[in-house]
Design a protein around this ligand. Structure first.
Ligand SMILES: *[C@@H]1O[C@H](CO)[C@@H](O)[C@H](O)[C@H]1NC(C)=O
Length: 327
């Protein structure tokens, strides 16, 4: 009985708050002459600040049209905005900017959803040795990272030089499918200098970083190094989970004013690789056994950065030419 009363009270409080909220919205609308969507656009600059609020306002709306707006096909965005304007009785002539702003937000929202689907599809596609496109990408990766030394065969111990585990990279792609290969290739071709530098550093041991005396003192012969390709595939996993959890919205809504796309995801990967490398060196782990710890700490740090609504995780090569929405 006691329990029942408690639940009942909670329910009544919930109802009361909900009515209060609806009433408040009604009053604000009457006083300002604006609906919630208008107020959000009016009070928040474009980018994550605005789009995230529009997104949650649409999702929590009572109207079916507004609720389903977040999952329309990109081709239907313009029509949906027209319908919303009619529903909200906002005349486009008296408020021409509102339709444009809402449309920009909705393109970002549905773009992010589509990007999640596209990335998921690549992750699920296994590496296939019979597929000439896959094989070709793998060869491109070798050429980008080892331009001076030709591969002696498709199956070769040389793959270990760029951080695969064995003589056939195919097995290493299992976790992330083709997504891992796409990302590694993008990084190696679009941010070549950084990728080559990272690969070079990843092959170094601590020995080269300290004098003989220091070396004697520390008395461990562990490598600073890690396996470049394996870590790349693992950081792909990190980028993927940031995307799927929605944490990357802040960043993508800030850097992709039109629509987040695969290129933006790949650039995020480049940023994460650079930063992970820097973090790894700073953390100064004894050996690769500490990977788990360092990765978790790095993950937490990135999540924290993404809580800042003005955050954009840009690799240095795009930071200058991206049309950042609001930085
Ligand atoms: C990446 O590393 C983490 C922690 O070591 C592990 O849990 C995860 O399964 C790895 N992901 C892949 C794709 O190897």
């Amino acid at each position: 009985m006691k329990h029942f009363l408690r639940v009942l009270t909670q329910f009544l409080v919930f109802l009361y708050c909900k009515c209060l909220w609806q009433g408040l919205k009604f009053v604000v609308r009457k006083v300002t002459g604006r609906c919630e969507l208008q107020r959000i656009c009016y009070n928040n600059k474009p980018g994550a600040r605005r789009t995230l609020k529009i997104e949650s306002s649409l999702k929590c709306s009572k109207s079916e049209l507004l609720q389903s707006a977040v999952s329309v096909h990109p081709d239907a965005v313009e029509k949906t905005i027209d319908d919303i304007m009619v529903l909200k009785k906002i005349h486009p002539d008296t408020n021409p900017q509102l339709g444009i702003s809402l449309q920009a937000c909705l393109f970002q929202i549905v773009g992010y959803r589509n990007l999640v689907l596209e990335v998921e599809k690549l992750r699920r596609e296994p590496y296939d040795c019979e597929n000439p496109e896959h094989e070709d990408m793998l060869m491109q990766l070798w050429k980008a990272l080892r331009p001076e030394s030709p591969l002696t065969g498709r199956i070769s111990k040389q793959w270990c030089e760029i951080g695969f585990q064995g003589s056939d990279p195919k097995t290493d792609f299992r976790g992330m499918g083709l997504l891992g290969l796409h990302n590694l290739l993008y990084f190696s071709e679009h941010d070549k200098a950084t990728a080559l530098q990272m690969l070079h550093d990843s092959l170094q041991t601590k020995l080269s970083k300290m004098s003989k005396a220091e070396w004697e003192k520390k008395k461990f012969d562990k490598a600073i190094g890690y396996s470049f390709a394996i870590v790349g595939i693992n950081i792909t996993d990190l980028a993927y989970s940031l995307l799927v959890s929605g944490a990357l919205k802040t960043h993508l809504y800030n850097v992709a004013p039109e629509m987040p796309s695969l290129v933006h995801f790949q650039q995020t990967f480049c940023y994460l690789m650079q930063e992970f490398h820097r973090f790894w060196v700073e953390e100064d782990p004894c050996d690769i056994m500490e990977f788990n710890r360092v990765r978790n700490k790095f993950h937490k740090r990135v999540l924290k950065q993404l809580k800042n609504l003005d955050m954009a995780l840009c690799p240095h090569f795009t930071a200058s030419d991206l049309h950042l929405v609001n930085l």
